[in-house]
Design a protein around this ligand. Sequence first.
Ligand code: B1M
Length: 210
Amino acid sequence: EALLSPIYQAILEGNQSAAREAVQRALEASLEAEVILKQAMMPAMQEVGRLFEEGEYFVPEMLVAARAMQAGMNLLKPRLVQAEVTSSGKVVAGTVKGDLHDIGKNLVCMMLEGAAFEIIDLGTDVPPEKFVEAVESSGAQLVALSALLTTTMPHMKQTIEALQQAGLRQQVKVMVGGAPVTETFARQIGADGYAPDASRAVALAKSLVG
Ligand code: B1M
C-alpha cells in the first residue's frame, strides 16, 4: 500500500518522473510487476477515465496520465517479458483506424512477447490495408486488434473484411479486445476470439495458434 499509492498518485497527476521513481521503488522492494499493474496503474487509469467523464479532467490530463503510465510500464517490461527460446508464432498487432489509445494494446503486446510470440506492432490509427500488408509480408498467424472507442469498433469489422478480400482470412486468426469490445461483438464481426484483458489475450493467442 505504501509503495502502491505513490504510483497511483503519480499516474493520476500525470507526473512521469514520479511514476518512474515510484515504480522503481516498488520493484526494488520486490513487488511483482503484475501486482503493480493491477493494483496501482490500471486503477489509476480507471480513475482518470472517471474524472474525464465527470468533466474534471480534459484531454490534456488524460494524455499526461497515459504518458506517466507508459513510463512506468517501460520499467515493468523486462519483468513481464521473459522471452522463452522457441517462437510461439508471429502476431500482427495494432489499434484500429481512428483510434489513438495504445496502452492496452502495448500491454497485450508485452505479455504476448513474454509468451514468446514475435510481435509486429503497427501502432495506433492503423487502417485495414496496413494490417493486410503486414500479414502478407510477415506471414503472421495471428492478428490482434485493439479499440477503445465505440466509434472505432466498426473498423475491426472492416479489417476482418479487408483480410478476407485479400484472400488471407484462411491463414490468419483474428483476436479482438479493448474496453468497449465484447464477446458478442467479436462473434458478430467474425473474429476468432475475444479477450477482456492482457493475460487472457495470451491464453487466447496460445489456443488460437498453438
Ligand atoms: Co480516451 N477515452 N479519448 N484518451 N481514454 C476513453 C477510452 C473513454 C472511455 C474515457 C471516458 O469517457 N470515460 C472514452 C471512450 C468513450 C467510448 O467511446 N465509449 C474516451 C474518449 C471519449 C476519448 C476522446 C474521443 C476524447 C476527446 O477527444 N474528446 C479521444 C479520442 C482520440 C482518438 O483515439 N481518436 C481520447 C483520447 C485519449 C488520449 C489520447 C488523451 C489518451 C490515450 C493515450 C494513449 O493511449 N497513448 C486517452 C486515455 C488515456 C483514456 C482512458 C482514460 C484510459 C485508457 C487506458 O489506457 N486504459 C480511457 C478511460 C478508461 O479506459 N477507463 C479513455 C488502461 C489500459 C491498460 O486499459 O486500454 O482498456 P485498456 O486495455 C485493457 C483491456 O481493454 C484489454 O487489455 C488491456 C489490459 O487489461 N485490451 C485487449 C485492450 N486491447 C486489447 C486487445 C486484445 C485483447 C485485450 O486482443 C487483441
